[in-house]
Design a protein around this ligand. Structure first.
Ligand SMILES: *Cc1c(COP(=O)(O)O)cnc(C)c1O
Length: 229
């Protein structure tokens, strides 16, 4: 199936749900992204800052770029002028830097707190307590150029379905608790970014509002020259 066919399949599948499709284009050539763009897709997710910056310069300016991979503080400045949503905020220090760079660009940057839900120690993210501590901190209250619009999580790799569903459900429960405690009156706090090619159906069942799907739209990842951290 072509990229356009795959997108069509996701579109019809997601039509009756709350979930939006983030097309994860990491390691895909610009041509492949254009194929998706020409099929109507406008929201793309990338993992690596350099790759994202290169593609943003090259591709149509009405693309909404999301950063879904780990972000180092010293790289925030490269994406601050254009990034639509950062899914991977995992420390107050990083949020402070995003705020600073957003201010420089006279913007408010939307962010998700990445929450650690997997049963592995290789994944980035805040623990439940750490997320709440961040939101309670006096420093957080002073950050006017970032807006926390929800939470993001990555489930364990290759876990049994029941475990994956439990992990997503835990994230949704945390989201609901944080909503009531910190964002009761804030309509913008509404996103739960969870689900990838292998587990998006379970994520939607648990209440995902953004699924991040890459390989089952684009096929194998092709570009190799960008280094992960
Ligand atoms: C690569 C990646 C995805 C997409 O994964 P696929 O299995 O290709 O759908 C989603 N989220 C994050 C954080 C990723 O790094």
């Amino acid at each position: 199936m072509s990229i356009a066919d795959n997108l069509l399949k996701y579109k019809s599948e997601l039509d009756n749900t709350e979930a939006e499709l983030i097309a994860v284009s990491k390691y895909q050539e610009p041509d492949a992204i254009m194929e998706a763009y020409n099929a109507g897709q406008r929201v793309f997710g990338e993992n690596i800052v350099q790759e994202l910056v290169d593609k943003q310069a090259l591709l149509p300016q009405d693309i909404e770029w999301h950063l879904i991979g780990h972000l180092q503080t010293n790289k925030v400045k490269y994406i601050a002028p254009f990034i639509k949503l950062i899914h991977s905020v995992d420390s107050l220090k990083l949020l402070i830097e995003i705020n600073k760079q957003a201010l420089k660009n006279k913007r408010v940057i939307d962010c998700l707190l990445q929450i650690y839900i997997a049963d592995e120690d290789t994944k980035f993210g805040l623990g439940f307590d750490e997320a709440i501590e961040l939101l309670r901190s006096e420093e957080f209250a002073t950050l006017k150029n970032v807006r926390i619009v929800g939470l993001m999580g990555i489930a364990s790799n290759n876990a049994p379905e029941k475990q994956t569903l439990d992990e997503f459900t835990e994230l949704k429960v945390l989201f609901d608790g944080i909503k009531v405690s910190f964002f009761r009156k804030d309509d913008y706090f509404k996103e739960v970014s969870m689900g990838m090619s292998g587990d998006y159906k379970l994520a939607i069942e648990a209440g995902s509002t953004m699924v991040r799907v890459g390989s089952s739209i684009f096929g194998k990842r092709k570009i190799k020259h960008y280094k992960t951290e």
